[in-house]
Design a protein around this ligand. Structure first.
Ligand code: TRP
Length: 451
């Protein structure tokens, strides 16, 4: 490959890359989505399937996607063009890049609305403090999402924040944002877990719910959701980690860094679950409360604990930042493409892609209130977009990435780029050639009722 560096810049160090990629992985998916979909899908068995998917599908594909990015050194669309040229394969592979770019915009449109909820809660924490009463906390949340203007306002604020980070580019924008936030978020989560332990019996009920699998609780759709979430939470299947890989200096081990990132991501999700479910049980709430789950549980903890006012503020601030370090990776592929192919400045590319995403997000905000009756195949706009992207587009994208890196690229090029000991390479190659694609395929067949 002629390119040894991306025109957009590079991460300044291995550590900077790990932080940025962990920032992309750790976000609302871990703290907001994982608990509520676990609650909706009966707990332990769902968690186990999700963990199995992270190990057998997520990690091998994450290595493949990062590897492709570093070898191509461009936006996912152009990377796929140049990698298929290098492999002497059909150029149509670049449509995989397009699917990713579109998935990124679709995901960000609803991601930003939920990040807007978290932003609004920063202000609720500052000005109102939180009530210790579960009913009051729930009423606050219900009133909030019933208001189109509030949701649109906070979604707008969050989109502006995202685009102002993105326009600054790799080093000054993306990197700086994560350095402080990740450790601080972890500290606050540990505090919440400590609080959860004070709920006595409910704490063990929470643990039991999360870690004791009952397979009669899950059906094929739950398995699909668990698999889709493995992609979502690691930020895989749409080119986000590919574009981050394209800014990765050569000589840094992709396999090792991937293991750190996936490990950190999993720990954060499990901690969030351990913090939240004891509160659910202690307050007689429903695990299957849906997307509002953390907004109806965590404020109770802050309302009860000493220093809760301050911790509540801190927690939601950190959640917003965790969302921000993820949202920038969702939009980076399209921004990089606009810069490469249209010759736009980063500013212009950010404004254009941000505006499109924002407009779509407005319809998502309305789907929680004014348009809640409007459904597509029985799903609200929010639910439909979430299902389409997380359950379908990401696994399909991931499947194609596995096939491309295992069967289309030349083995020698892949070895070159990964540069890992033989035994590890053979293991990865086996997972990416057979296990990961077959698993995705079987889950799809299962959902279609064929298997
Ligand atoms: N992983 C992030 C989270 O859990 C969301 C995210 C960032 C993402 N980049 C992505 C999801 C790319 C899918 C694809 O919150």
């Amino acid at each position: 490959m002629a390119n040894t560096k991306s025109i957009h810049g590079e991460w300044s160090s291995r550590f900077a890359y790990i932080l940025a990629a962990t920032g992309s992985a750790v976000g609302l998916g871990n703290i907001w989505k994982f608990p509520y979909i676990t609650g909706e899908n009966g707990g332990g068995a769902f968690v186990l399937v999700y963990l199995a998917c992270v190990l057998a599908i997520g990690i091998p594909i994450m290595i493949a996607e990062t590897m492709m990015g570093r070898r191509g050194r461009q936006s996912p669309i152009n990377t796929l063009t140049s990698l298929s040229t290098e492999a002497g394969a059909n150029k149509n592979w670049h449509y995989l890049g397009w699917m990713g770019v579109i998935a990124g915009v679709l995901i960000l449109s609803y991601y930003s609305v939920i990040a807007g909820w978290a932003s609004a809660y920063v202000f609720k924490a500052i000005f109102g403090g939180f009530s210790a009463d579960a009913m009051e906390v729930k009423a606050t949340f219900d009133n909030f999402i019933a208001s189109p203007m509030q949701l649109i306002f906070w979604h707008t604020v969050f989109m502006i924040a995202t685009m102002s980070v993105v326009r600054k580019g790799v080093k000054s924008g993306l990197e700086k944002a994560v350095q402080l936030l990740m450790p601080a978020l972890l500290a606050l989560l540990l505090l919440l877990v400590a609080y959860a332990m004070t709920t006595g019996e409910s704490y063990f009920k929470g643990l039991f719910f999360l870690f004791s699998p009952d397979f009669s609780e899950i059906d094929s759709d739950a398995v699909l959701t668990a698999m889709g979430h493995a992609f979502f939470t690691l930020g895989l299947g749409m080119g986000a980690i590919m574009v981050y890989g394209s800014y990765l200096p050569s000589g840094i081990s992709i396999a090792k860094t991937t293991l750190y990132i996936a490990g950190a991501d999993t720990v954060v999700a499990l901690l969030a679950g351990i913090a939240i479910f004891p509160l659910v049980f202690a307050n007689g709430l429903e695990p299957a409360s849906g997307p509002g789950l953390i907004f109806q549980t965590l404020p109770i903890a802050f309302g009860n604990m000493t220093g809760g006012w301050l911790f509540g503020i801190l927690f939601f601030v950190l959640l917003v930042f965790a969302a921000l370090t993820s949202s920038i990776s969702l939009i980076e592929p399209i921004v990089a493409w606009l810069v490469e192919n249209k010759g736009y400045t980063r500013d212009r590319a950010s404004i254009i892609s941000g505006t499109i995403t924002w407009a779509l997000g407005v319809t998502v905000a309305l789907s929680f209130n004014a348009w809640s009756e409007f459904t597509i195949l029985g799903k609200t706009i929010f639910n439909a977009l979430d299902y389409l992207t997380a359950n379908l587009m990401l696994p399909i994208g991931g499947f194609c990435i596995a096939v491309f890196s295992a069967w289309v690229m030349h083995d020698k090029d892949v070895r070159d780029e990964l540069d890992i000991p033989e035994l590890q390479y053979v293991l990865w190659k086996y997972l990416i050639s057979y296990v990961a694609p077959a698993a995705v395929f079987l889950v799809f067949l299962h959902v279609l009722g064929i298997f």
